[in-house]
Design a protein around this ligand. Structure first.
Ligand SMILES: Nc1ncnc2c1ncn2[C@@H]1O[C@H](COP(=O)(O)OP(=O)(O)OP(=O)(O)O)[C@@H](O)[C@H]1O
Length: 300
């Protein structure tokens, strides 16, 4: 239901060009997130997903367009936004606790050592790393390192969490376990999340909305798929839901066929009305998606 307030995160008309005279990697990218929403973005390699995430993080600057979060323009990195990279990017000389404490001390410089440690412990426990506090990254498995990355991002209590394929390098079992932890932590903390993934099942498990990007150059968001599965879902039961395969087939069909057709301007051939809730942000006329998102088609 609309509150009449601007969305928590508003992205308008974003474009990024890396060389003078070259086509932009993506153009007219517009979307919004509400507080507490979990959004995944899916698109082929090179369409600009990481670049968009970096712009949201304040680590890169758009050639055109603007990003506002909580009413303020994003103009540089901030502890209001926590980032988890695929390669976890831990500081190898610091322990598990040290890696997490680093951001916590920056966020709350006045806190005592005991308070910092107690705060870190809460997040170490949350990601089930209790007992590993003094280990260095070299002593941890890939899954444990990724848990440290997640704990570090959550511990600064960011207004928004940005996840760049955080589970891409993990084996299927570890990935599943951490995905479920992420679902649990997000439910407990009502965290707002923007996440890149190549895995459609991961997107259906985690996301409230799935942004589908066409191929680059000049990639754009062609559809916003609203996940109609109940939010209380687990990896083990999700495929029993009657909508599961409809949503999954829609996403796979987009990646296999429609993303390319849309990039070639063949929007009519790419039309697909097989889902109950799909928003097409200004597919033909380039209308900016934002506060005025309109479901152009709702098929039941
Ligand atoms: N700093 C840069 N300088 C020049 N080109 C860049 C730079 N960063 C990204 N690019 C180019 O922009 C395009 C989009 O890159 P980006 O990493 O954002 O894509 P992606 O969708 O995240 O890809 P993947 O799924 O493979 O991670 C690529 O063609 C890449 O080579």
């Amino acid at each position: 239901m609309s509150t009449g307030l601007p969305p928590f995160l508003q992205v308008r008309g974003l474009a990024r060009r890396f060389a003078e005279g070259a086509k932009p990697v993506f153009a007219n990218v517009s979307f919004s997130l509400e507080r507490g929403e979990f959004v995944c973005v899916i698109g082929h390699s090179g369409c600009g997903k990481t670049t968009i995430l970096n712009i949201l993080a304040g680590l890169d600057t758009a050639t055109l367009g603007e990003v506002t979060m909580d009413g303020r323009e994003v103009a540089g990195p901030s502890l209001d936004r926590g980032v988890v990279f695929q390669g976890h990017a831990l500081m190898p000389w610091l322990s598990v606790r040290g890696n997490i404490a680093f951001g916590v001390r920056s966020r709350w410089p006045d806190w005592s050592r005991d308070k910092v440690n107690a705060h870190c412990q809460k997040y170490i426990d949350l990601v089930h790393l209790t007992g590993n506090e003094t280990k260095k990254p070299s002593e941890l498995s890939g899954g444990m390192k990724q848990r440290v990355g997640i704990a570090r991002a959550f511990a600064i209590q960011p207004k928004m969490l940005l996840l760049d394929e955080p589970f891409g390098a993990l084996d299927a079992l570890t990935r599943g376990a951490i995905q479920e932890e992420l679902v649990r932590i997000c439910a407990e903390t009502h965290q707002t999340v923007f996440m890149i993934t190549h895995d459609v099942d991961e997107a259906i498990l985690l996301a409230d909305k799935i942004l589908l990007m066409t191929n680059g150059p000049e990639a754009r968001i062609a559809e916003v798929v609203v996940n109609t599965l109940p939010r209380e879902r687990t990896r083990n039961d999700i495929h029993h839901h009657p909508h599961y395969y409809r949503i999954r087939n829609h996403l796979v069909d987009f990646l296999v066929h429609r993303s390319k057709l849309l990039q070639e301007g063949r929007a009519e051939e790419a039309a697909n009305e097989d889902l109950p809730r799909v928003v097409r942000p200004g597919l033909e006329d380039g209308t900016v998606l934002g506060a005025g998102v309109t479901p152009l088609k709702q098929v039941r």
